[in-house]
Design a protein around this ligand. Structure first.
Ligand code: GTQ
Length: 351
């Protein structure tokens, strides 16, 4: 009789011999699979606009919008290089369009948001309606709607693209199609969607043409800024968020897109915020003013001094706090609606 194998050897032999059958033992990975708390690979990162802008302009010389289809520099999380992802679930990029250019019409199941960073006069067309871009506007491209971008103005226009590309890739649910015409035909005058849905009113009879997505294509900055200013003046300021509003789908009261929530917040002058953390990783675009974000997670800490047009990402379950000496305005987006739909959203506010 052979002596029984020592345990370690017994296990190694088991693993080795079942490996060709694509079998692997749970007990070796259980702790990492079901961690005691979120342990994201993502790291916080800041893209200073001063550093990024020259490369965007060089991209403008290196390729046309038409040839590129979308002339975008992707903001990649430093810990996820090569994956076109700013968090595990979200994509971020800065898109440039120059006067006279057209980014040709296509559609895809991925939802997109545009947050205008620099310049005016470009438009995005969705479903036959054009929307002119101004800095600070938040514009939506609903899933599976034809969209093209164009520019009849006279200065470079840059916007932040926020898409759910990694999420749709995770579900292997992506479809895309090119249009036969470069620019889709205009079939509705500009402002129609806003007139129908943008005034706390809605048509008496309407169909939800964009499914779970807001029928408002553009949420103009003038309106969001006015709301924040009024609240900063006349309402209590939150110790963690300053004055923060979420954008709405007026037909549901939920987020403007099923996969992404969007926010605009103002930190008043002298704001010294308390720390919080939440499971939805978020991407920020600085609209106005300066401030500082201190972020801690997984044993490291980061301190980002930010100014207008800078972008940064706060990953899941990283503790963050904001401060601003002279006040600032921040736009942000995250995958919160999905966390909420799954019942796994967690948030913690510390004193
Ligand atoms: O404008 O349609 O940044 O399809 C990435 C993929 C922008 C767009 C991106 C896209 C678009």
């Amino acid at each position: 009789m052979n002596a029984p194998l020592p345990t370690a050897q017994l296990r190694q032999q088991l693993y080795r011999e079942m490996d060709p059958l694509n079998l692997t033992p749970l007990w070796e990975v259980l702790h990492a699979l079901v961690p005691p708390e979120p342990a994201t690979l993502c790291v916080p990162a800041l893209w200073s606009y001063d550093a990024v802008r020259p490369f965007l302009m060089r991209a403008g010389e290196a390729i046309t919008a038409e040839e590129a289809v979308r002339r975008v520099l992707i903001l990649e999380n430093p810990a996820l290089r090569g994956q076109s992802a700013v968090t595990q679930s979200l994509y971020a990029g800065l898109q440039l369009i120059l006067p006279g250019e057209v980014a040709p019409s296509h559609r895809h199941t991925q939802s997109a948001l545009r947050f205008i960073v620099e310049g005016s006069g470009a438009y995005t067309a969705v479903d036959g309606e054009r929307t002119t871009m101004h800095p600070g506007d938040f514009i939506i491209t609903p899933s599976w709607t034809w969209h093209d971008h164009g520019h009849e103005g006279d200065e470079p226009v840059v916007w932040l693209d926020g898409l759910d590309i990694p999420m749709v890739r995770f579900f292997d649910a992506g479809f895309a199609e090119n249009n036969t015409s470069k620019s889709q035909k205009v079939s509705r005058i500009e402002g129609t969607s806003f007139a129908r849905y943008g005034h706390n009113m809605a048509p008496v009879r309407h169909e939800a043409r964009f499914g779970a997505t807001s029928p408002i294509f553009s949420y103009p900055y003038a309106r969001s800024r006015e709301a924040l200013e009024c609240l900063e003046r006349d309402a209590p300021v939150d110790d963690w968020d300053g004055v923060k509003l979420r954008y709405l789908n007026p037909l549901t009261g939920g987020s403007p897109m099923p996969t992404m929530a969007t926010f605009m917040q103002r930190l008043p002058a002298g704001f010294d915020g308390r720390p919080w953390r939440q499971t939805d990783g978020a991407v920020y675009s600085v609209v106005e003013g300066n401030g500082e974000a201190v972020i801690e997670g997984r044993g490291n800490s980061w301190r980002f001094a930010f100014g207008p047009r800078d972008h940064f990402v706060i990953p899941s379950w990283h503790t963050a706090r904001f401060s601003s000496e002279r006040g600032c305005v921040l736009f942000s987006y995250s995958d919160r609606p999905v966390h909420q739909a799954l019942g796994i959203h967690h948030e913690e506010r510390s004193s």
